[in-house]
Design a protein around this ligand. Structure first.
Ligand SMILES: Nc1ncnc2c1ncn2[C@@H]1O[C@H](COP(=O)(O)OP(=O)(O)OP(=O)(O)O)[C@@H](O)[C@H]1O
Ligand SMILES: [Mg+2]
Length: 405
C-alpha cells in the first residue's frame, strides 16, 4: 500500500511540510478547482512511469514506439513538472509492504538536463541505497550523466561499496545484484517497483464501453475498454453482486446481465435485462456505464493494486451517491487494495463513515505563497465540528473545508 507522498517543488506544491499526503484504503481528495488534486495524482503516474523503467525524460514528455504512443507523459511535460521558477523537484514515497515501511526519495532536475540528481531508499531505519552515501555533497555523487550509488553491504564495511549508474533513470530500476550487496537492498527496490507499477488510473469513456470486446480480453482498460469480455468472465457470484449494485442505481429495475457472442469476429457484447426486455450495451446511459466501470474495476482489482479515479461521482444522481460511498469504502478494505479518488461532491463526503471522512485530504492554496497546501481532514482542529454537524454536505458545499485549512 502507498502510505504517503510528500512533495517539494512538484508542480503547484512547494513546502513539503504542507504537501504531505497520507493515504488509506480509501482516500478522497477534495478542494476547489486548480487546488492541486490532479497534480498530486500526476505524481503517482510519474512514479509509475519511473518504475516501468522509462527514462525521466520519457516519463515526463511521453514515449512513442513505431509512431504509436506507449506512454502518455505527464500533463505540462518537463517544463511544468517543477514549481515555476525552480529547477528541481523531490517526491518522497512511503510504502507499507509485508509489515515493513519502505521510504523512497527521489530528486529530479529539469534544467539543464532532465535527470535524477539524488535518490535513496530506506527500510525502517536502515538506509538501503543512497546517491550521497559515500561522499558528502552532490557534485561528487553526480557526474557526466551518472550517479554514484552507495548501498548497504552484506558484511559491515567502511567505506560503503558503490556502483556507478546512469542518471537518466531511477536507481530503483537499475540496481543489480553485487557480490557484497546485502540481499535486503534488491528486495526493497523490487517491492517499491512492484507497488508503483500496480497503479490503475481509471479514465472511463462510456462510448468505448458500449463496443463489443474481444472474447478473450481478461482485463478492463483504463478507459473501460473490454468491459464486455471482463463481465463475461466474472464468476456467477460476482456477477450477482454486480447486478444487485446496478439495480439499486438504475431507475428501471435491473434483473440480470446477458451476453451475445459474435463468433465471426470472436467478440462479445452485453445486455442488461430490465422489465423483461434486454437492452444492449450500445444503448446504456453514460451514468450507468461509468458506475458499471467503477464496479468492475473495484470488484476485480487484484490485491495490492492502487486504483486512482478522478471524480467517480460524475453523472450520478444525488440520490444514488450513497451507493458510490458504500462501494468506495467497503471494497478496498475487504479485498486489500487501495482507492484514491478526487471529488467535488459534498453528497459523497456526507455519506462517508466518520473514519473515512477523517481520512479525506483537503486541498487549498496558501494565500501568501500561492502554493498548494494539503491536510488530512481528521487532523484539522475543526474536524469534530464537521463530524458532529447534521449538515456536512452544506458545510462542504459552502467552502467550509477550505477556510478550515
Ligand atoms: N509547474 C507549476 N508551477 C506552479 N503552479 C502550477 C504548476 N503546474 C500546475 N500548476 C497549478 O496547478 C493548477 C492545476 O491544478 P490541478 O490540475 O491539480 O487542479 P485540481 O485540484 O485537480 O482542479 P479540478 O478540480 O479543476 O480538476 C494550474 O492551474 C496551476 O495553477
Ligand atoms: Mg483535477
Amino acid at each position: 500500500m502507498i502510505a504517503q507522498l510528500r512533495f517539494s517543488a512538484w508542480k503547484s506544491f512547494v513546502d513539503p511540510k504542507r504537501s504531505t499526503l497520507p493515504f488509506h484504503a480509501t482516500t478522497l481528495l477534495v478542494g476547489p478547482n486548480a487546488s492541486g488534486k490532479s497534480n498530486a495524482l500526476d505524481a503517482l503516474q510519474f512514479l509509475q512511469g519511473l518504475a516501468q523503467d522509462l527514462t525521466v525524460e520519457e516519463v515526463l514528455r511521453g514515449r512513442w514506439e513505431g509512431g504509436r504512443q506507449t506512454w502518455p507523459g505527464i500533463r505540462g511535460g518537463d517544463a511544468e513538472a517543477v514549481w515555476l521558477g525552480a529547477s528541481e523537484f523531490q517526491i518522497d514515497t512511503d510504502i507499507h509492504r509485508d509489515g515493513a515501511l519502505l521510504r523512497h526519495e527521489i530528486r529530479i532536475s529539469t534544467l539543464p538536463r532532465v535527470e535524477v540528481v539524488a535518490e535513496r531508499l530506506w527500510r525502517g531505519e536502515t538506509l538501503l541505497f543512497d546517491t550521497n552515501m559515500l561522499v558528502a555533497g552532490r557534485p561528487w555523487a553526480q557526474r557526466d550523466g551518472t550517479l554514484l550509488v552507495g548501498y548497504e553491504p552484506s558484511l559491515p564495511r567502511a567505506p560503503h561499496p558503490a556502483v556507478r549508474l546512469r542518471a537518466s533513470r531511477a536507481v530503483l530500476v537499475q540496481l543489480q545484484s553485487e557480490p557484497d550487496m546485502h540481499e535486503s537492498v534488491l528486495v526493497g527496490a523490487q517491492a517499491v517497483r512492484d507497488e508503483l507499477r500496480n497503479l490503475i488510473r481509471l479514465d472511463l469513456q462510456p462510448h468505448l464501453m458500449r463496443s463489443p470486446a474481444p472474447v478473450h480480453a481478461s482485463r478492463m482498460g483504463a478507459a473501460g475498454e473490454n468491459i464486455a469480455a471482463v463481465l463475461h468472465g466474472l464468476s456467477p457470484r460476482l456477477r450477482d453482486d454486480l447486478v444487485d449494485w446496478l439495480s439499486e442505481l438504475c431507475a428501471p429495475q435491473i434483473e440480470g446481465i446477458h451476453f451475445v457472442n459474435v463468433p465471426e469476429v470472436r467478440e462479445v457484447y452485453f445486455q442488461l435485462a430490465e422489465g423483461g426486455r434486454r437492452v444492449s450495451s450500445r444503448s446504456l446511459s453514460d451514468g450507468t456505464l461509468r458506475f458499471l466501470g467503477i464496479l468492475v474495476a473495484l470488484l476485480t482489482a487484484p490485491a495490492g493494486t492502487t486504483i486512482v479515479i478522478e471524480e467517480p461521482d460524475v453523472g450520478l444522481h444525488p440520490s444514488r451517491v450513497h451507493l458510490l460511498a458504500a462501494l468506495l469504502e467497503r471494497l478496498p478494505n475487504r479485498h486489500s487494495f487501495q482507492v484514491i479518488a478526487s471529488t467535488h461532491s459534498p453528497a459523497l463526503l456526507a455519506h462517508l463513515s466518520d473514519e473515512a471522512l477523517a481520512n479525506v485530504l483537503a486541498f487549498g492554496r496558501d494565500p501568501a505563497t500561492g502554493a498548494s497546501v494539503v491536510a488530512r481532514v481528521g487532523d484539522l482542529p475543526a474536524f469534530p465540528a464537521l463530524r458532529s454537524s447534521g449538515q456536512r454536505d452544506h458545510l462542504i458545499a459552502t467552502g467550509w473545508l477550505e477556510r478550515a485549512l
